[in-house]
Design a protein around this ligand. Structure first.
Ligand SMILES: *Cc1c(COP(=O)(O)O)cnc(C)c1O
Length: 406
């Protein structure tokens, strides 16, 4: 039995919501695969993927099935009790990564919060209270809680909220000498995104990650990879660290892990995990059966050669066409990224105008993303159909053409 709901419009947002977002003028109401429909019945192609979240598109039958089945079985029991979906998902994550232990939570920021707390606790237990410094990269993004905005390398997100969390240093990304100069025996963790997502879809160089690994080993510091955006097949590998062949001590996953249902995880080794003894950390919803049932379905589909190899093929389809569009209209200097996390770096004349391109795409019925003002970002479903890529890029080209002809 459904209750008739009062109609709502985009204008209501400004009346009832905190104004920390500026959502587009239309309201999506339904999705299927890589297509989305708005209130007026307009059909859009979705290359935004809910910010690298809808890893299998909208309403994927395996995810709908898992969620529906679990909804009819058991929703929530809290961590006073464990549950079957959580244990199954943890086993799958352990079996397919370096990790031996999993902590579930609900968002990327929470997974990073757990990672940073674990790193500090391990250093405290092993070396005492002087070893608490965290080194992170400039322009990095790790979430919006107070700890994670402070570790993140963008002061616009951390300024103006009172005293900052101390013991955090920022160094330029991909600059091994700067990291070498900053690290010391007081460093408890080095935190890096294998590809800086929000910061502009900027991949780490292999030698940088290898060098960071070595420096961490030399200084008894933990290497933390924030794979909230790069994980769960996004790069064509289950996790990006597996492509680089550089193994972190702690890895965080969220976004694609739930394919649209909120779930996140912190992965680590047994030796480190044991420092989070009973009572040191927790969350009410973490490992919730609904979320984990969906996570199980996501990993079952994503962690297969068909899907992961398909990501690489789709990357090439995007890249070839985007480079051609970039050249023809003089909008990009570079198309970068891996798998289906792709960034187009705007040329000098278009610098700062990613939002204009976003708006022009919306007019052509295409959803895309920015990664800052200078990079246009694509993070579509990993199973987006070839025909949808073709049609979406036709729309993208029309948007760019219209903009450049003004
Ligand atoms: C999105 C993101 C986060 C934050 O995740 P939330 O679920 O929004 O808290 C953290 N790190 C990276 C790399 C991200 O892309």
């Amino acid at each position: 039995m459904s209750v008739e709901q009062a109609p709502v419009q985009r204008a209501d947002f400004d009346q009832v919501m905190v104004p920390n977002y500026a959502p587009a003028a239309f309201i999506p109401v339904r999705g299927a695969g890589s297509r989305v429909w708005d209130q007026a019945g307009r059909e859009l192609i979705d290359f935004a993927g809910g910010i690298a979240v809808n890893v299998l598109g909208h309403a994927h039958p395996a995810l709908v099935g898992a969620l529906t089945e679990q909804a009819n079985t058991l929703w929530h029991v809290s961590n006073v009790f464990t549950n079957e979906p959580a244990l199954r998902l943890a086993k799958k994550l352990v079996d397919s990564t370096f990790a031996e232990r999993v902590f579930f939570c609900n968002s990327g920021a929470e997974a990073n919060e757990a990672a940073f707390k674990l790193a500090r606790r391990v250093a405290f237990d092993r070396f005492g209270e002087e070893k608490y410094e965290i080194i992170a990269a400039l322009n990095s993004f790790h979430g919006r809680t107070l700890f994670t905005v402070n570790v993140g390398g963008q002061s616009k997100y951390s300024d103006g909220f009172g005293p900052k969390i101390t013991g955090i240093t920022h160094v330029p990304f991909n600059d091994l000498d700067a990291l070498k100069a900053a690290i010391s025996d007081k460093t408890c963790a080095v935190v890096l995104e294998p590809i800086q997502g929000e910061g502009g879809v900027l991949p780490a160089e292999l030698s940088y990650l290898q060098g960071a690994r070595d420096l961490c080993n030399q200084h008894d510091a933990l290497l933390v990879f924030d794979e909230v955006q790069t994980g769960m097949g996004r790069t064509g590998h289950l996790f990006a660290y597996q492509y680089y062949g550089v193994t972190p001590d702690i890895l965080t996953s969220a976004k694609s892990l739930g394919g649209g249902f909120p779930i996140a995880a912190m992965l680590t080794t047994e030796a480190l995990a044991k420092h989070l003894v009973v009572g040191t950390h927790g969350t009410t919803y973490g490992g919730n059966p609904l979320a984990c049932a969906v996570g199980n379905a996501v990993i079952d589909v994503v962690n297969t050669p068909e899907v992961l190899n398909g990501v690489k093929a789709r990357h090439n389809q995007f890249k070839t066409r985007l480079e051609a569009i970039g050249q023809q209209y003089g909008v990009f200097t570079e198309v970068r990224g891996m798998g289906l996390l792709i960034g187009c770096v705007l040329s000098d004349t278009w610098k700062g105008k990613a939002k204009d391109i976003f708006n022009a795409c919306e007019k052509e019925n295409l959803m895309i993303l920015q990664a800052g003002p200078d990079v246009v970002r694509f993070a579509p479903s990993l199973v987006v159909e070839e025909a949808d890529i073709e049609e979406g890029l036709n729309r993208f080209e029309r948007a760019v053409k219209t903009l450049t002809q003004v």
